[in-house]
Design a protein around this ligand. Structure first.
Ligand SMILES: Cc1cc2nc3c(=O)[nH]c(=O)nc-3n(C[C@H](O)[C@H](O)[C@H](O)COP(=O)(O)OP(=O)(O)OC[C@H]3O[C@@H](n4cnc5c(N)ncnc54)[C@H](O)[C@@H]3O)c2cc1C
Length: 500
């Protein structure tokens, strides 16, 4: 048993009494706060960083997975989650000339992350949200009557906010966990963490020229990799990370011969073992020249940590330290082995190494396998997402047995399966509106009548069934000629698509 010490009880300044408090000002949290405030609730937002937007901004994601429309072009997500894209396009923070051009993108819609933070701040300000930055949520306890007292640490010490309804958007279910909510089976080992960074001073034409010389196949690679890792080929094929590296796999690095040479020379570690059972390796998730970010820019999402628990503070420190060191070592490898990277530098790096998934609550209801097809939209859907246009039921955001709390973002029940940024924004916005209704009516979110919340969501622009086709949308095979990008931009996106 670990040692404990007792802290004296003390009186904590009560900073605010809110109708709705949102904890975590990231992708889902900003939208939840805007939704609650637009529905008339006095809303507080508590964020541990010095900026808002989470993965959208400080996480350096730089592109929305395009879930704004279904695969066949029907609009799914409207309201503030789409307004943010529209503002990014209008302010020249994307490579697109018009919103519809962005919405027509196949997989990812590119933008500058710093500008996303600016749009988030603007929306919060316009909605009159009471914002608390550098405020680290620590604990929730039931308040007298209903609702919760939320304690957080900030400059000047511990503070509290009392709220009738709370939306937990920490990405890690910190509030729900503090209140003892049941969580799904431990998936700590299944999910990976990522640290995104952007490099500059890359000679992209030179790199491009080099890529053309890379052979499509590297036949000795698979056996060599198995040997270096001490695994069999069958084990490699079954491993959900390593199998992405195998020869012929769509995501295999084009420069495998260079990796082999660097590993043999001790200049590249395929994997590093970390304390406490952790591991870091270069992931396949993204390594993309994006010339529209700058004619010398490459974004890398290649530091992949596994085997550590994001809710364990020691593990968090191990993951952060290892990922940052790995990023710099990756740069050294690129400089030495890849033409075009000789003078590359790391220009900017995410403020956090972020788990792709973590704790997930046990919700009042779950997505059934048939829901993913989008063929039948449930009546209890609070938003429509995904390429199939599926509905997300209110119950997946309601932790069993914990009243007056909604959990939005990647820590909702099955949150990992709908963790794309647009899905998180859409669900966050709807949860904020429903929390505000519950606060006004003095009931729990599940007790708000369905007709009532459906009509409120619709009033705020939320689609509860797929809408009409995005104007000008054309199927992908005929799109590139018509999307109106300048040759440079089109070229950059083309390459990014191939390599990420
Ligand atoms: C490395 C990586 C790459 C990804 N790439 C893509 C991509 O290319 N496209 C895409 O669509 N999706 C991508 N995703 C998925 C998507 O970005 C996330 O699933 C989504 O943004 C999660 O939203 P969220 O609101 O749950 O979490 P976040 O956006 O991470 O927000 C959580 C917020 O809560 C704050 N917080 C946490 N704990 C506390 C606390 N105790 N007190 C106060 N504040 C707290 C955090 O600082 C943060 O601001 C990626 C995810 C990761 C991790």
């Amino acid at each position: 048993m670990s040692l404990t010490i007792r802290e004296e009880s003390r009186h904590i300044p009560l900073e605010s009494e809110a109708d709705v408090a949102v904890v975590g000002g990231g992708t889902a949290g900003v939208m939840a706060a805007v939704g609650a405030a637009r529905e008339g609730a006095h809303t507080c937002l508590i964020e541990r960083c010095g900026s808002v937007g989470g993965m959208l901004s400080t996480g350096l994601m730089g592109h929305f997975g395009n879930k704004y429309r279904s695969g066949d072009g029907r609009e799914l997500v409207m309201g503030p989650p789409r307004d943010i894209l529209e503002c990014l396009v209008a302010s020249g923070a994307t490579p697109y000339n018009t919103l519809n051009e962005a919405l027509s993108e196949d997989l990812s819609i590119y933008y500058r992350h710093e500008h996303a933070a600016r749009e988030c701040f603007r929306m919060l300000d316009e909605a009159n949200v009471e914002l608390w930055l550098h405020a680290y949520f620590a604990r929730a306890v039931s308040a007298p009557g209903a609702g919760y007292d939320l304690f957080f640490e900030c400059k000047g010490g511990r503070r509290a906010i009392r709220a009738r309804q709370v939306v937990d958007c920490t990405g890690e279910a910190d509030v729900a966990s503090s209140l003892g909510a049941a969580m799904q089976e431990d998936k700590t080992l299944r999910y990976s963490w990522g640290l995104i960074f952007e490099m500059g001073w890359v000679d992209l034409p030179r790199y491009e020229g080099f890529l053309k010389t890379c052979p499509a196949s590297c036949p000795e690679w698979d056996a060599w990799l198995a040997d270096r890792l001490g695994m069999t080929l069958e084990e490699l094929g079954e491993d959900r990370y390593w199998r992405e590296w195998l020869d012929g796999c769509q995501r295999a690095w084009p420069f495998r011969p260079q990796i082999m040479r660097a590993v043999e020379a001790g200049a590249f570690d395929l994997v590093r073992r970390l304390p406490e059972g952790g591991m870091i390796r270069y992931g396949w998730d993204g390594f993309a020249p994006e010339p529209w970010h700058g004619v010398d820019a490459v974004t890398a999402n290649v530091c992949m940590v596994t085997g550590l628990d994001p809710s364990n503070p020691r593990h968090v420190t191990i993951a952060e330290t290892a990922a940052r060191k790995y990023a710099y070592d990756f740069l050294l490898f690129l400089r030495k082995y890849l033409p075009g990277f000789e003078k590359a530098v790391i220009r900017t790096m995410s403020g956090q190494t972020v788990p792709r998934g973590e704790r997930e609550i046990v919700g009042e209801s779950r997505l059934a396998p048939e829901d993913y097809s989008g063929k039948h939209i449930r009546e209890d859907s609070i938003c429509i997402v995904g390429s199939s246009g599926m509905g997300l039921p209110l119950g997946m955001f309601v932790p069993q047995g914990i009243p007056n709390l909604l959990v939005a973002g990647r820590c909702a029940d099955q949150g990992y399966s709908v963790r794309g940024s647009v899905c998180c924004m859409a669900a966050g916005f709807s949860c904020g509106i429903i929390a505000a209704l519950a606060a006004r009516l003095g009931v729990t979110p599940m007790q708000v009548k369905r007709d009532e919340w459906r009509s409120a969501l619709t009033r705020h622009g939320v689609l509860l069934a797929p809408g009409t086709a995005v104007p000008g949308f054309v199927p992908s095979d005929t799109r590139s000629a018509s999307r109106g990008l300048t040759p440079d931009r089109a070229d950059g996106l083309e390459r990014a698509g191939k390599l990420s």
